[in-house]
Design a protein around this ligand. Sequence first.
Ligand SMILES: C[S@@+](CC[C@H](N)C(=O)[O-])C[C@H]1O[C@@H](n2cnc3c(N)ncnc32)[C@H](O)[C@@H]1O
Length: 238
Amino acid sequence: MKRPFSLSPRLAAVAELVPQGTRLADVGTDHGRLPVWLIQHGVVERAVASDLRPGPLSRARALAERWAVADRISFRLCDGLSGIGSEEARTVTVAGMGGETIAEILAAAPWTGESGHRYILQPMSGLDGLRRYLSGHGFAIRRETLVEEGETLYVVLLAEPGEMPPLTVGEIWVGRQSRGEDGPLRERYLEQELGKLRRAAEGLSRTERAEDQAKRARYEAAAEEVERMREEWRQWQA
Ligand SMILES: C[S@@+](CC[C@H](N)C(=O)[O-])C[C@H]1O[C@@H](n2cnc3c(N)ncnc32)[C@H](O)[C@@H]1O
């Protein structure tokens, strides 16, 4: 008998933000677990699953065949959203890639700024660049969720075309926080990001290059604000 599969906490956090009955496109699907699981669990009827490379796409197809849902998935070999039409994807998931690649994928598709789409993004790195891109290109970050898998904290962003007040330098690094929000992992995340900013600034302290000094000043300014945000967060929890 086939053992049912469950999603890892990281992918489960992505799945949780997928609305019931949406038209889904999972970009960079690789093993295909996310769309197969969402169909199996009745969250979506059908999905588009895309990947840049044929190997991962055939892995996704094999998984879908194993679970008898291959006829409900349209497999696309394409770069980002280039082979996917606006009407095919009300919800786009892009998980497990660098923030820079995710931003490039959104920037390259002509329709991503049209209203009615939601983007569930789970970057493995480059969160600051992705938040900066979203905030500067007509997207509103509606929610950020933190999830723990092993020792690692992952961030899942929910973004839509729309307005939001510009992010401050600290918010670019750690996302916006608000009072009353339930975030059991938030303090650890703030601590972790503060450590990274301080180490990055420290690493540049011995160089004289003007470019590095400017970078260092940016890290320091962000660290100062993140430290204030951490204090604010602690007060809210007290
Ligand atoms: C690390 S896997 C992540 C798989 C899955 N989304 C997850 O989160 O577990 C990244 C996948 O994205 C694909 N990929 C990378 N750049 C891409 C792009 N520009 N367009 C489509 N797929 C891409 C890779 O081929 C790989 O299969």
